[in-house]
Write a protein that binds this ligand. Structure first.
Ligand code: GAL
Length: 356
């Protein structure tokens, strides 16, 4: 219960800035009236990563509880495909669109298409830039980067310059820029003081683990085993990097960060090959987004306490809190919250009993 209260308070504190009410009227209002149930269109970048399957299921379940129907499309990380997915949802006369953009800038076109049809748009987890977006709901992404970098700094020996590799996310994803910005807040002063040296860094196309593995291999080719940590932006890229490390017998010897609390990452953390991850309570984001989308579909106002500049407008926004997960607090975070079962997390340990 204490942990749940912390998450709720954390999310409120983060967004206790100013108040906004939004609603958008348009031609599809008639459609709402005509249809028994509100119809939500959910356009996703991909269902490749474990988390997106969770987001989809939690969102659809909550929307149905609220009496809405949901049409789901996944674009497999293809911008052209995602635009045509949105066109298809518009032609189905959905009452509201919820979009997880593959490319935050490219999807401005989709928002404009939706508005031409009188349909409001909620950007889910990732910001859509350069357009008159209606609502943005996500986690505190800069905080994610700060916590990853601070963990790394706190857990590396202090006696000499620490050499690190940085694996960023996909350049098309505004979140990847926010994680880096949060990390830079912590690292830049230390890099200037010569306490930290970045021996290799790169962006991971489409967040693909196999692309992150190539970046880690390039770092090993360049620096051999002569570095202390890999600042990986999420668990997918961490997994790819750890594969490269294990091929060189370095897994568990080099500190690796992560994000998303994927099951495989939690297993790596209790096994000792990954040092930490960031838990983002998907159920909170998905449920709150389904509630907001259902209200928007009924042209009811959604109240937010924050706003974010997307280079065109100040978008009414909701940011939720995040939590660092390590071997020490695994049981008190992702297991206690029912995100993973203890048996699954500790499955690969020789003597599961000893570790808990
Ligand atoms: C980010 C998301 C992360 C991560 C990544 C790859 O936008 O916030 O949780 O999973 O995409 O899909």
């Amino acid at each position: 219960m204490k942990f749940r209260i912390f998450l709720v308070v954390a999310s409120c504190v983060v967004s206790l800035i100013t108040g906004f009410v939004i609603s958008r009227s348009g031609s599809s209002t008639e459609a709402v009236g005509a249809r028994a149930k509100p119809l939500i269109g959910l356009s996703m970048d991909t269902l490749k990563e474990e988390r997106w399957q969770g987001d989809r299921d939690l969102f659809v379940t909550r929307a149905r509880e609220l009496g809405a129907d949901v049409l789901v499309q996944s674009a497999n990380s293809d911008d052209t495909r995602q635009i045509s997915d949105v066109q298809a949802l518009i032609s189905r006369r959905v009452d509201v669109l919820v979009i997880v953009p593959h490319n935050g800038a490219a999807m401005a076109k989709a928002v404009n298409m939706a508005h031409d049809a009188g349909i409001p748009v909620l950007a889910y987890d990732r910001l859509i830039t350069d357009c008159d977006l209606d609502l943005y709901m996500t986690f505190d992404n800069e905080k994610v980067g700060e916590l990853q970098a601070q963990f790394l700094v706190n857990h590396l020996l202090k006696e000499r310059t620490k050499k690190i590799v940085r694996i960023y996310g996909a350049k098309t994803d505004n979140n990847a820029l926010l994680y880096k910005r949060g990390q830079d807040k912590v690292l830049t002063p230390l890099i200037k003081k010569g306490e930290i040296e970045v021996v290799h860094e790169d962006w991971t196309q489409d967040w693909r683990p196999e692309n992150a593995k190539k970046i880690a291999s390039a770092a090993i080719t360049k620096a051999g085993a002569n570095f202390d940590a890999i600042l990986a932006s999420n668990d997918g890229t961490a997994g790819g990097a750890i594969q490269a490390l294990s091929e060189e017998g370095l897994a568990g010897k080099i500190l690796v960060t992560g994000q998303d609390a994927e099951l495989s990452a939690c297993q790596r953390i209790v096994n000792g090959t990954q040092a930490m991850t960031i838990y983002k309570p998907l159920s909170q984001l998905a449920k709150q987004a389904a509630e907001a989308a259902t209200k928007m579909a009924k042209r009811k106002p959604v109240f937010t306490l924050g706003k974010i500049d997307n280079k065109k407008v100040e978008v009414p926004s909701i940011l939720l809190g995040v939590v660092v997960v390590t071997k020490e607090n695994m049981m008190d975070t992702v297991v206690k919250d029912g995100f993973h079962k203890a048996a699954d997390v500790y499955r690969s340990l020789p003597d599961a009993q000893g570790s808990r």
